[in-house]
Write a protein that binds this ligand. Structure first.
Ligand SMILES: Nc1nc2c(ncn2[C@@H]2O[C@H](COP(=O)(O)OP(=O)(O)OP(=O)(O)O)[C@@H](O)[C@H]2O)c(=O)[nH]1
Length: 452
């Protein structure tokens, strides 16, 4: 503990009081004795010097102790100050780390929000897509916005689910992404699971990957209920493990699952619509599948100032054919007629199985004369080919009624009615012929083509 050097006068004062006290108490006897001692010759001097020396020694010792205590105190204060400085430095460092972490969290939250927004809008677009083709385009665009910084290829299945073709690719090495794969060569398609390899050697499990300079790869299936719609292929030419962060991977798997679900629904819709719009026997559009096609064609014809011809086609004596050769043979004959009609018309023409043994043909941008000529050729082809076809038991002949829009009628129902009346006329006139509705005031039906 620190001793105060100012204690010396106090001590001397105390000595003085003590001497004065003794002097008063004993009537100066001690003082006289001490004076005698002081003035006594040399015999008292050593004692006085000794006492003084002791007092001085004590004083020096106290001084030394004080200085030591002060020194220690200084050291303590210095150490405390150093501790404080260190604590402050650590606190500042901590604050920096906290700020950096906070910024990182904010940044990653912003990224997450941005991606969630991208996924939400992808969902909206996917829900609004009207075909598988449109779905594929939306999927590629969305994945591109979610994974812009990687080399990516997106492959989708063809109609038969036999080949998966590259629909979109981006990134530094997009040229090296495979343009086509099949189930035998693709690990992801075979397993229906993600494939990740960062072994950076040419010893990857995936043979496709080994064919390239690829060092890290991550592929994810776009599938639903065993239907492998596509593959998302992400690659890097550097060893990079993992290629996607855990968060990114979770996100991508979620996106692929969402895509799979949308593709599955679209596939079901397409199959349902195909089933309900197509005639199962011939594969032609049925009446339901015809929908508004005729109405649209009439509208185009009016707008573009051309004619659209409609032909109603009926197999002659088909009841007799069935009765003679049996219903299955009748079916074969129906398929045969459907094939000849399809093969001998333009891609733009529409062939419909309108009912039982009746077909409809829509010929856009075709005048009545051209339609008559075309239909005459067609019935000759059917007749001649059926004679030699194993699908037919005998020659098949057709009766046809033709009407044109907008020349004869502008309404779809009225136009079909006119073509039907013309067909009835063809039957009445002896069958195996084409009759066109005559656009005269009397609405007279004439025979336009004689049987050859
Ligand atoms: N095999 C088969 N026959 C069908 C099918 N749809 C309708 N038919 C038959 O087609 C025949 C149509 O007979 P009808 O309406 O009397 O006409 P048609 O015998 O061709 O006589 P015309 O038209 O006057 O020449 C009926 O026997 C139906 O059973 C089908 O999908 N398959």
């Amino acid at each position: 503990m620190k001793k105060n050097r100012d204690d010396l006068p106090l001590i001397l004062g105390l000595f003085s009081v003590l001497f004065i006290g003794i002097y008063v108490v004993d009537g100066g006897q001690l003082w006289i004795k001490m004076s005698e001692l002081v003035f006594a010759p040399l015999s008292a001097l050593p004692l006085a010097l000794g006492l003084t020396g002791l007092v001085l020694l004590w004083y020096v010792v106290e001084l030394w102790k004080d200085s030591q205590a002060a020194h220690e105190e200084l050291n303590d204060a210095l150490a405390k100050m150093q501790n404080e400085v260190e604590e402050r430095r650590l606190a500042e460092e901590h604050a920096h780390i906290l700020t950096a972490t906070k910024n990182e969290i904010i940044e990653s939250e912003l990224q997450r929000t941005k991606r969630l927004e991208q996924i939400r809008s992808m969902g909206d677009f996917l829900a609004g897509a009207s075909s598988l083709k449109e779905l594929r385009q939306i999927a590629v665009r969305s994945l591109n916005t979610i994974l812009p910084e990687y080399t990516v290829g997106v492959l989708f299945a063809d109609r038969e689910f036999k080949r998966w073709k590259l629909i979109g690719a981006w990134g530094e090495h997009k040229e090296s992404v495979h343009t086509e794969i099949d189930i035998e060569s693709c690990w992801v398609l075979r397993q229906g699971q993600a494939y990740k390899d960062c072994s950076s050697t040419q010893m990857m499990m995936c043979d496709q990957a080994n064919l390239t300079t690829i060092k890290s790869v991550a592929c994810y299936p776009i599938f639903c209920r065993d239907m492998q719609f596509g593959v998302l292929h992400i690659r890097s030419d550097k060893p990079q493990e993992p290629l996607l962060s855990t968060d990114d991977e979770k996100l991508i798997i979620g996106v692929c699952n969402t895509l799979g679900l949308h593709f599955y629904n679209a596939q079901l819709r397409a199959e349902l619509s195909m089933a309900s719009n197509r005639d199962a026997l011939t594969g032609l559009l049925n009446r339901r599948g015809l929908g508004n096609t005729l109405k649209r064609e009439i509208r185009s014809a009016v707008a573009q100032k051309y004619e659209v011809a409609v032909a109603m086609i009926d197999i002659d004596h088909f009841k007799q054919y069935n009765d003679t050769y049996g219903h299955p043979e009748g079916d074969k004959a129906l398929r045969f007629v459907a094939e000849v009609l399809t093969e001998n018309t333009r891609a733009r023409d529409v062939v419909v199985r309108y009912g039982g043994e009746e077909f409809m043909l829509i010929l856009p941008n075709t005048t009545k004369a051209e339609a008559e000529s075309k239909l005459n050729t067609l019935i000759k082809t059917v007749e001649s080919e059926s004679k030699n076809s194993p699908q037919c038991q005998r020659a098949i002949t057709l009766s046809v009624g033709v009407a044109c829009a907008p020349r004869d009628q502008r309404s779809e129902e009225a136009l079909v009615r006119l073509a039907d009346v013309a067909l009835y006329s063809a039957k009445k006139l002896g069958r195996n012929r084409v009759v066109a509705h005559k656009s005269e005031p009397q609405d007279k039906i004439i025979r336009s083509s004689a049987r050859t």
